[in-house]
Design a protein around this ligand. Structure first.
Ligand SMILES: NC(=O)c1ccc[n+]([C@@H]2O[C@H](COP(=O)([O-])OP(=O)(O)OC[C@H]3O[C@@H](n4cnc5c(N)ncnc54)[C@H](OP(=O)(O)O)[C@@H]3O)[C@@H](O)[C@H]2O)c1
Length: 328
């Protein structure tokens, strides 16, 4: 049988296990131009919370009763597509289930000699987001001061390392002492602020006396507000995510944006899906760095399909430490 996890109800505030439903159905048969894969890993990502809501966004909401869909890594079991053979490791978008079908659209084989799960993190959508946000949106230059929030996470961890590789001074912001230790000692940031334990604006003033050139924002809210008070002239802000608000039922009062004007700062939102033409350049830089171990990546693994909803709920609480994945 093929177990699949479906959206049962739309959450109010934080999702609960009752918002998900498990169904067992026969393993599907691949059609004449399809392949069947066995899922080995599922990606847990903050944007999945937005897809559980009704209403217009940059991506369609999940239909009630439909399977939850996210990035996956899987192994081909049977293939009627000439480009794929049983045993091939593939990645794409698919249902939260033990098996799935694909017609090959949006499917890719994994880069050689890299850990399979990296295709969902450092070498996948989160890594590309870090690359596009820092280089194309943030227009980072060597020697600049870069601040990144959720710095131990899937996106933030890559931002820290790419900025260090470009000789920047890098300050991370993260939500626990052990996350901050990882950001400085393992990823190489010059400092990391635990935002639960410190006055972030005062710490940024101390650590960045000349001000911040690039802010890679993964969280919005109070941390964004603290950064705005410490901008350098002509700062750039890559507005990547607002996870501090994803479970909120109404928008909290926003930060005061006046310092953007005074500092002639540029702030730009971006969605990685509109920058897929950068994937090749991103992989050319990152694959050798990941293979050689020069770029590190940390995973937070939830075991078993049945625990996937628990893993997503934990991610939205900040409990994950590293790229959140489900291993099947
Ligand atoms: N624009 C795009 O195309 C794009 C693409 C991918 C991801 N994103 C965004 O990038 C951000 C990071 O995504 P990711 O996949 O790398 O996730 P992640 O950082 O691996 O995990 C999420 C982290 O967010 C942090 N966080 C900050 N404030 C929080 C709060 N109020 N409640 C809960 N957690 C909070 C937590 O770390 P701390 O304990 O350190 O706070 C948590 O571990 C998200 O906002 C996501 O939506 C955007």
């Amino acid at each position: 049988m093929n177990r699949t996890i479906h959206l049962k109800s739309r959450p109010h505030g934080e999702p609960t296990l009752a918002d998900f439903e498990t169904r067992d159905e026969p393993v599907p048969e691949p059609g004449p131009s399809q392949l069947l894969y066995r899922t080995t890993h599922l990606s847990l990502d903050p944007y999945l919370r937005g897809r559980m809501n009704e209403g217009k966004s940059y991506i369609e909401p999940f239909a009630l009763g439909a399977p939850i869909v996210s990035g996956f890594v899987g192994q081909v079991v049977r293939s009627n597509l000439p480009a794929y053979a049983p045993g091939d490791l593939v990645t794409g978008m698919g249902p939260w289930s033990h098996h799935g079908l694909s017609d090959g659209r949006g499917l890719a084989k994994l880069p050689r000699d890299t850990p399979p799960s990296a295709a969902l993190g450092v070498l996948g959508m989160p890594g590309l987001t870090a690359y596009v946000g820092l280089i194309d949106i943030g227009r980072v230059k060597p020697g600049e001061t870069v601040v990144v929030s959720a710095a131990s996470g899937a996106v933030g961890g890559v931002v820290v390392q790419l900025a260090k590789l470009r000789d920047c001074r890098v300050i991370g912001v993260a939500g626990r002492a052990d996350k901050c230790d990882y950001v400085t000692k393992e990823l190489g940031a010059d400092a990391c602020i635990d935002y639960h334990a410190s006055d972030v604006a005062a710490e940024l003033r101390r650590l960045c006396p000349k001000g911040i050139d690039v802010y890679f924002d993964n969280v919005g809210g109070a941390v964004l507000d603290a950064v705005l008070k410490n901008l350098r002239d002509h700062a750039r802000i890559a507005l990547c995510g607002m996870i501090s608000e994803y479970n909120a039922e109404t928008s909290p009062p926003g930060p005061n944006l006046r310092p953007l004007l005074a500092n002639k700062a540029l702030i730009q939102g971006f969605i990685v899906g509109e920058h897929l033409q950068r994937r090749q350049a991103f992989l050319e830089e990152l694959v050798p760095l990941v293979r050689s171990g020069k770029v590190k990546h940390k995973e937070d693994v939830t075991k078993g399909l049945d625990n996937a909803p628990r893993g997503l709920i934990g991610l939205l609480r900040g409990e994950n430490f590293g790229k959140a994945l489900v291993e099947l």
